[in-house]
Write a protein that binds this ligand. Sequence first.
Ligand code: SAM
Length: 369
Amino acid sequence: MQLSSLQHALLERIQQQGAITFEEYMRMALYEPGAGYYVTGQAKMGWEGDYYTSTDIADFFAHCMGRQLQQMWESLGKPAHFGVLEQGAGRGDLAKEVQQWASTAAPEFHAALDYRLADITFGQDALSIRTDDFIPSVILSNELVDAFPVHIVEKQDEALHEVYVTIQNGRLAETLQPLEDGPLLAYFERFHIPWQTFPSGWRAEVNLDAITWMERTSQLLLGPNPKRKRRGFIIAIDYGDSARELYSTERYRGTLASYYQHQFSERPLARPGEQDITAHVNFTALLDAGRQQGLRLHKYTTQRKWLMETGIYEELEQVHQQHFGIIDQNRASDQGQVALLQWYNLRQRVSALTDPRGMGDFKVLILKR
Ligand SMILES: C[S@@+](CC[C@H](N)C(=O)[O-])C[C@H]1O[C@@H](n2cnc3c(N)ncnc32)[C@H](O)[C@@H]1O
């Protein structure tokens, strides 16, 4: 079997240092310079890649985001300069479509909007980002936090253990080590998770970077002067749940998932650097970390409800009236039939975004100051 350079690096590291935590493994698999999944810059998003996001599915998502940003701009008193920073922006499709929408639907807002992008593919790590002269009023991200490396714990013999990665028969393999007193145990205490009552074999992921990210992102928004904190919003959209929902017996084996060419896989140790690895986000942790920095909860809801509140169905109805009148007037004609198919397609995309069993169950967290 031909080993990739990343597999070599991992094997070498484990041979030298002994087993590494799953978190270290995931960090290398996703972020190792020159080899990690997110830094090698190949096309992974969209239909030809490993995953697709709300942004890929429909412009409606971007238009809802546009209306959301416009509302925020208004609530801040319509400043002449309105900075938006999108982290983990990927190819920038959301940004493009938001700006496109604003240019026609909200020209005054568009004139104030200064929308910037950051992505680790271009060397901007969301955990160590600096904006220097740029003052953002909104910092937003869609499916960013679920990519951060996670620790995995498993309950065995009445105690929590951490999942490590070692070598067995020349291959990467999992092993458990008892959890010592430290940040992971403190994490479960902080969020009041009654893991002692959970059955043996219970697994969960812990994303400590998510907390660091929220602390730094809040600081970026509020600015360096503690006496004159700036106003603004943080929007984080992702799959995930509150701590209570996430760390429960319902999720007996946790939420870690790998994706390779749109296929879900339960083998995160396979193909390091070539497949996406993600875990659900603990939104209680994000909210808690933001609050400690002085932010307040503005909204926590599902993507489905958020899209409805920001007018997705009104827009669909408008598009229907403007462009699909032929369906009612002359459905049997060739033109009518084509329009009907296009209309079904459009409705299908909106359904995908709002599906309560799919993307509609994503969470939208908005913090404000
Ligand atoms: C699932 S994609 C989402 C892309 C885009 N937001 C969308 O909705 O289509 C995750 C993106 O986050 C970026 N990313 C992952 N970890 C990052 C980090 N630590 N800092 C900045 N960007 C990161 C990846 O390169 C990728 O573009």
